[in-house]
Design a protein around this ligand. Structure first.
Ligand code: FDA
Length: 302
């Protein structure tokens, strides 16, 4: 219930301006977001790399409604990738891209987003790193997987996220478990109808384990994106060579566990940066009531 309210608020312009104007939101946002500027993102990346963790960087933004903003996003990624290479960080960090940030929702958006994603992939290739496509709500899944197929023709290392809460995902895992395929498996963070997604958390968890098995038994490179100790234990028990998969967690979440896992496995941190943090922040609040309680307390006077 609370989760649905917060996820609905994530798409509301009124709530957005209220939350963004509240100065006390800032400390909590800073827990989850590396900073507004690329310099801050690079500093966080360097610190994580020095600590033995890998990084995937997300230039925050989604659902852009004009071509100019999509273009700015592409340029931001191109600059980011160039600077990762300049700082010697391209071996430690890649980019995560939301296709709706590069034009997917515009008229003719599939073509625009694909062309823009291609430019980002070309910049990643020049820098010597990779790109993973984030997955947004279920209305975009087919288009995003279509873009993935097209991108992989020129950039075979392009990865994508699959969301275990969707009923279709086991089949998508089977189709994407082939050689060279990089799949980031997460539970899923959007408000979805029961017609397409499992409504119960226990069903989502069972789906996650089934999907994980398919990916771990396949020939691709599974990226196990979860903070859930049970899912982490299942992945570790599936017995894959440690070099052939990795764990991933979000910046600001379960920091001690990230450090612990990095000692024995490849561990990658998803690091968002930029000033368009609202949607990302609200999804983090929706995931964890403790985050919301902390946020609400910060709004109280005195
Ligand atoms: P869940 O939220 O069910 O939590 C399970 C358990 O994990 C908790 O009971 C607790 O034990 C532990 N835990 C979770 N959060 C904790 C915290 N803050 N502190 C301490 N313990 C905690 N989603 C999406 O729809 N599209 C996408 O592209 C992505 N991309 C993505 C990348 C990466 C790298 C990650 C890690 C996640 C995503 N997600 C995502 C988000 C994902 O779908 C999901 O919403 C969150 O990861 C939360 O799900 P968990 O698997 O962590 O389990």
């Amino acid at each position: 219930m609370l989760r649905s309210v917060l996820l609905a608020a994530a798409g509301s312009a009124g709530c957005r301006s209220l939350v963004e104007r509240t100065p006390l939101t800032r400390p909590l946002v800073e827990r989850f977001v590396a900073g507004d500027a690329v310099d801050q993102a690079l500093r966080v990346t360097a610190a994580l790399a020095a600590d033995g963790r890998f990084v995937t960087l997300d230039h925050l933004g989604e659902d852009v409604t004009d071509v100019a903003t999509a273009e700015l996003t592409v340029r931001a990624y191109v600059e980011l990738l160039r600077r990762l290479a300049d700082h010697g960080l391209a071996g430690h960090a890649e980019a995560s891209v939301k296709l709706s940030a590069v034009g997917q929702r515009l008229p003719g958006g599939d073509r625009i987003a694909l062309d823009n994603a291609r430019r980002i992939c070309a910049a990643a290739a020049s820098a010597g790193t990779t790109v993973t496509l984030d997955m947004e709500d279920h209305t975009t899944t087919d288009a995003t997987l279509g873009a993935l197929r097209a991108l992989r023709e020129d950039f075979p290392w392009t990865g994508a996220v699959l969301q275990a809460y969707l009923r279709r995902t086991e089949q998508d895992c089977r189709e994407l478990a082939g050689p060279g395929s990089r799949v980031r498996l997460c539970k899923g963070a959007y408000a979805e109808p029961a017609s397409v997604a499992y409504p119960e958390k226990s069903e989502v968890d069972r789906s996650y384990v089934r999907c994980l098995r398919i990916l771990m038994e396949g020939a691709g490179y599974p990226m196990v994106a979860t903070h859930d100790p049970r899912m982490i234990a299942v992945a570790a028990e599936l017995g894959r060579n440690r070099a052939d998969f990795e764990f991933q967690m979000l910046y600001g979440v379960r920091e001690p566990e990230q450090r612990r896992l990095a000692r024995t496995h490849r561990m990658r941190v998803y690091v968002p940066y930029g000033d368009q943090w609202y949607g990302y922040f609200m999804r983090r609040l929706a995931e964890r009531p403790a985050n919301l309680a902390f946020f609400l307390r910060s709004l109280l006077p005195g």
